[in-house]
Design a protein around this ligand. Structure first.
Ligand SMILES: Cc1cc2nc3c(=O)[nH]c(=O)nc-3n(C[C@H](O)[C@H](O)[C@H](O)COP(=O)(O)OP(=O)(O)OC[C@H]3O[C@@H](n4cnc5c(N)ncnc54)[C@H](O)[C@@H]3O)c2cc1C
Length: 430
């Protein structure tokens, strides 16, 4: 991969709606610490905070290439759930989901405890989510989800076109299932809040990309433009960009995906956003489109995928616009206020890569599009692994581990073939 760290051509829309934030100062001198964490997204912030909880005397430093309000953790759609729904109706499927839910539930509680303790307002609300299908194939896949919910005794509501339209204002979907597992939140407010209330023993330096990572005696040497950091132990929490240090090259790929927020709609148009004051829609197909109502009067659309590089901003905006108008033709006059892209790390089998890479070197990456609670959970446990309090099995038994992806050029060829086939399959779910 050519880039050491992500740079984006667009500003994060969630951050643009918040008051401007003053980033923590960049590193401007050499330093020695016990623990260095690369990346201040949900994963890195959880690693750093948990390290401090375990050993309050330890010197912990977080190095972030950009600013927290412009990282991927700020750029996401703000859907998260403390529970994992079983993938299938089998007993092993239910058992796997139960074990993952125990990990997720604990991390979610830890995270919301921090929000409460520091008065962080990220508009967190449990509204559930509607998984919705617009096509016959999407309906077939949703009916399997309904079966799984029934078989596992998960409370849910099946919605028809009219009921979905009443709630969300769009008549686009033929069937949906509402499950109350999901929380919606303002992702930038959440990650900014978590970064800005780190304990005193944790130093955060933004605009401090790590451009080299070398062995240094028994520890590690991290080079940034403003200074060199020597650390006894390092956590790579920079997701797909872990590969820029030469690790996990065949375990994950960076995928760019895009979101747009509408301008506020006029008072007269409010009924077109549906009767529910807050709602979120997840697609029936994995290459489909995510939607949510934001605040009282805006809509968000998230869609599109690109491998290892950005889509041209105008093209991304036009394609998101198409998705918006197909769903709310009567709102075609409402412009987008913000359009932005962000990265997520994809693994072949959907499992993250989490664990020890070498003596004193640990990594967690590959949240596959659901990093809020998952990244927090993986970060919390990585700190345990780094300090010898936990064994790897605590996480890997429940989560699995990322398997091998084909090397280049086969990876790109494969991605384009699969993505073309899947895009055709997704059809109007996109
Ligand atoms: C548009 C979009 C919508 C999404 N929707 C959702 C959603 O609704 N719910 C959900 O849970 N997830 C969602 N995701 C995925 C989620 O954002 C990621 O899973 C999450 O950000 C992963 O967190 P992380 O901390 O592991 O990695 P990141 O958030 O990517 O954080 C890694 C950090 O490392 C920094 N970094 C990289 N290289 C270096 C370096 N060399 N030196 C220093 N710092 C470096 C980066 O700048 C970045 O800030 C979405 C993602 C996108 C893009």
């Amino acid at each position: 991969m050519s880039q050491m760290y992500p740079t984006y051509s667009s500003t994060c829309g969630w951050s643009a709606m918040l008051p401007p934030r003053r980033p923590h100062p960049a590193l401007e001198r050499d330093a020695s610490v016990d623990f260095a964490v690369i990346g201040a997204g949900f994963t890195g912030l959880a690693v750093a905070r948990r390290l401090h909880e375990i050993d309050p005397q330890a010197r912990v430093m977080v190095l972030e290439a950009g600013t927290v309000d412009q990282g991927s953790s700020a750029r996401n759609s703000g859907f998260t759930a403390p529970e994992v729904l079983p993938r299938n109706a089998t007993l092993p499927g239910a058992e796997k989901a139960r074990r993952q839910s125990a990990l997720f539930g604990h991390a979610f509680e830890w995270m919301t405890g921090i929000l409460d303790a520091h008065g962080i307002d990220c508009d967190l609300r449990q509204v559930g989510s509607i998984r919705a299908a617009a096509t016959e194939a999407g309906e077939a896949s949703l009916r399997r989800v309904i079966e799984v919910a029934r078989a596992n005794g998960i409370r849910h509501e099946v919605l028809d076109r009219r009921q979905i339209a009443d709630r969300t204002g769009t008549e686009y979907y033929r069937i949906g299932i509402h499950v109350n597992d999901t929380y919606l939140l303002q992702p930038s407010a959440l990650v900014q809040g978590l970064a800005d209330c780190l304990p005193e023993g944790v130093a955060l330096h933004e605009r401090s990309p790590v451009t080299r990572l070398d062995r240094d005696g028994a520890g590690w040497r991290l080079t940034t433009p403003g200074g060199v950091v020597r650390a006894r132990c390092v956590a790579l929490a920079n997701n797909g960009f872990i590969r820029s240090f030469g690790y996990l090259k065949l375990r994950m790929a960076t995928i760019y995906t895009y979101a747009a927020l509408s301008a506020p709609v006029a008072e007269a148009d409010l009924p077109r956003l549906g009767a529910d004051p807050a709602w979120g829609v997840l697609p029936a197909h994995r290459l489909g489109t995510t939607l949510r109502r934001v605040g009282r009067d805006r809509l968000m659309v998230r869609s599109l995928y690109a491998l290892e590089g950005e889509i041209a901003p105008d093209a991304a905006a036009a394609r998101l616009r198409d998705r918006f108008i197909r769903r709310w033709p009567a709102l075609a006059h409402v412009p987008f206020a913000h359009v932005w892209g962000g990265t997520t790390a994809l693994t072949m089998n959907g499992a993250p890569w989490w664990g020890r890479l070498a003596e004193g070197l640990f990594a967690s990456g590959g949240c596959n599009g659901s990093g809020i609670t998952k990244g927090t959970m993986l970060g919390w446990h990585l700190a345990g692994l780094m300090t010898g309090r936990e064994t790897p099995e605590a996480v890997t038994d429940a989560m699995g581990t990322a398997n091998l992806i084909a090397p280049e050029p086969f990876r790109s060829i494969g991605f384009h073939i699969v993505s073309a086939l899947e895009t055709r399959k997704a059809g109007l779910e996109a």
